[in-house]
Design a protein around this ligand. Sequence first.
Ligand code: NAD
Length: 477
Amino acid sequence: MKAYDSIYINGAWVSSTGTDTAEVVDSATEAVIGSVPMGTSADVDAAVAAARAAFDSWSNTPVDIRAKYLRDVGAALTARYDDIVSTISAEVGSPKIFSQFVQAGLSLGEWESFAALVENYEFEQTVGNSLVVREPIGVVAAITPWNYPLYLIICKVVPALAAGCTVVLKPSEITPLNAYILTEVLHEVGLPAGVFNLVPGTGPVVGAALSAHPEVDMVSFTGSGRAGAEVTKAAAATVKRVGLELGGKSANIVLDDADPTAVAMGAVFGSFINGGQTCSALTRLLVPESRKQEYIDAVVEEASKVQLVDPAADEMDIFHVMGPMSSKVHQGRVQEFIRKGIEEGATLALGGPDQPADFPTGFYVQPTVFVDVTPDMTIAQEEIFGPVLSIITYTDEDNAVEIANGTIYGLAGAVQSADVERAKGVARRMRTGQVDINGGAFNPAAPFGGYKQSGNTRERGRWGLEEFLETKSIQLP
Ligand code: NAD
């Protein structure tokens, strides 16, 4: 049991001004495994004041010294690897092997990447008689979700600190424990007081107070479109920058020359990744009418190999294991979408809405595949955020692109084809922030973000750093 009774402001562990706490629940056992304070708007005021006061000094700290802090944090966090893995497996429900390679693995690499990036970044350039300089935007509020809790915190905190910004973090109230590990490490490394502050709490209290705060220069938000719109409204009165990373309903377009076995592997892993609780999950599989049955058979066979597992267990096959959903509320939401799919006339090829018989305890959902899905159905339009794959048929390439682009989202996508040039042509027509061809691997140095209602920013790599920079032109005589 990890019972935290403090929040972190101005380089010190202090009590919240409020008395509310939130319990953290193990997704597989349903046992309470921790609790954290739920902060208040007065806590936000104190944290923002600390971040504001630290900004002048941190933004003027030479880049090589900021980079050294990042490297020191990366090393100290790596020493907490096992703790990170077990904490995230319990909070989120990710199988241990997934927490090792993805949840923890991705989180550790960013510190060195951004240290090297910022050391080599050209903060100044000359344009005619102007010196154009890039400067840190100021105090950043980072508001983050629960699905990749530490990695998505790090995608904000690392570039913000590298840029010279100071930060107030509000992690998801469902998965706050990993944020405490990070904060303990930042404290241990001796980051100057006020440069990083942690105020856990709910969205409507702490998130809303940060979004509206006049001394916050930027909100960097990852989460649902609903909350992203609330943040934007609350931030509007102070005209601060709002970076949004939101949901998706990404299409995986199978061209008629693609190999069914390869398609099946990528389709199943790409849609069920982290139990489908992935913003860029490839949740709509678009197959050509002419070869529909071959692809459906291969995908259903592959999906039926996916095993539900205890997240704490040592499993070796990362491609075929799935843990529970992160919370009971979310499990119910996913099951409701599956019922809706059946009601609206889609055919279940695998899985279903009931609690899996082998797992009466824990927030498990059966790996589910629907066929006979039409593009207008709820399960083809809305983000389910669970292990539910919808297979949709198309007539020709134009029709495939039209269906792929036919949702409010535009986060990710994929194209499968024996001809990479043909696939690239289709990828260019997709209105999304990223497209993977034939299983092209996730690249943490490439920009990530959405078109349309999937967001308005880019994280990762140089683009992720630039989100936290202002631009000034100095005209020389
Ligand atoms: P959520 O929107 O419920 O919560 C995200 C964060 O916003 C939490 O910290 C929450 O407390 C806070 N919040 C909620 N209401 C708020 C308000 N009114 N003002 C300020 N903050 C508020 O999302 P979630 O359920 O935690 O995460 C799942 C969603 O996140 C999915 O839609 C998923 O696609 C999206 N997501 C997007 C990306 C991306 O990079 N594009 C990555 C991961 C998750």
